[in-house]
Design a protein around this ligand. Structure first.
Ligand SMILES: Nc1ncnc2c1ncn2[C@@H]1O[C@H](COP(=O)(O)OP(=O)(O)OP(=O)(O)O)[C@@H](O)[C@H]1O
Ligand SMILES: [Mg+2]
Length: 252
């Protein structure tokens, strides 16, 4: 981890990040030369219209897609230079993902879904089941641990996905449209839960959403349009800025 002696507490440093997709003769500029940094423990929402590059950005930081150019420094290491093997290790050690469609395995119970991820990194049966139970309890599902996904509501399934993501103790949580399948109230509960746990456990969160009502749970909102950052707004009472041009200055 970066020590507090450094002048910067940044965990993610994106510089001149560009991603072009080739579609036949056409080239799509999914991300166009964007730069920003994220502090450790910060909750950053990524917003913007459909096609603006939000998922592309999450996938690049998540090491599941390669940039066309630019760098993505995670704790000082540029993952854009990583080999596939190094990327796999990086995803395993540092990251957890939550997606819109829960991505639970339907033939495993809530408990087994969480345990499966832990089995990748832990060996002792006792540790695995303890951590799974702890995290399912943390998201309020202690009474549903042995239910299968089809027996759970959408909100409950998303809670399992959050428990699974947190149980492996990632440095960074990447969350793409977690409320897309949920009604407003359930969606609010889910994002409020993510915010509460992230703050308690000092996790860094990048969360993509369309929903303006959820902004109250963010420390900061970055808005993309056509692959560019059009605003970067701190929601902190101390350094509120409405001006995208000053972007990272708000974090110094
Ligand atoms: N694999 C791909 N091949 C070609 N073009 C792609 C690919 N993935 C994304 N794109 C294009 O890149 C642009 C950004 O896509 P992206 O999925 O990042 O948008 P988004 O902001 O997540 O949109 P949404 O809100 O609809 O999920 C879009 O124009 C999209 O069509
Ligand atoms: Mg998307």
């Amino acid at each position: 981890m970066i020590s507090h002696h450094k002048d910067s507490n940044s965990i993610i440093k994106i510089s001149n990040l560009t991603k072009h997709y080739k579609l036949g003769d056409m080239s799509v500029n999914a991300l166009d030369n964007i730069s920003f940094t994220v502090d450790s423990g910060e909750i950053v929402f990524i917003m913007g219209p459909s096609g603006s590059g939000k998922t592309t950005l999450i996938n690049l930081i998540g090491g599941i897609d390669h940039p066309t150019s630019g760098s993505i420094e995670i704790l000082g290491d540029d993952i854009a230079q990583y080999s596939d093997k190094e990327l796999t290790l990086y995803r395993k050690k540092r990251l957890a993902f939550v997606f819109q469609f829960y991505s639970l395995i339907p033939t495993l119970t809530a408990r087994e879904n969480v345990e499966l991820v832990l089995e990748l990194t832990l060996r002792k049966r006792k540790d695995i089941s303890k951590l799974a139970e702890e995290h399912l309890t943390l998201v309020g599902l202690e009474h549903r641990m042995d239910n299968f996904p089809f027996q759970l509501s959408g909100g409950e399934r998303q809670r399992v996905a959050i428990a699974r993501a947190l149980a492996k103790s990632p440095d960074i949580l990447l969350i793409d449209e977690p409320t897309g399948q949920l009604d407003q109230k359930t969606g609010n509960n889910i994002v409020s839960l993510i915010q509460k746990i992230a703050k308690e456990k000092n996790k860094t969160v990048l969360l993509v959403t369309h929903d303006q009502e959820l902004e109250c749970y963010a420390d900061r909102v970055i808005t993309l349009r056509s692959g560019q950052i059009v605003s970067d707004e701190s929601k902190s009472l101390f350094s509120k800025t409405e001006d995208g041009a000053v972007s990272n200055a708000a974090n110094i």
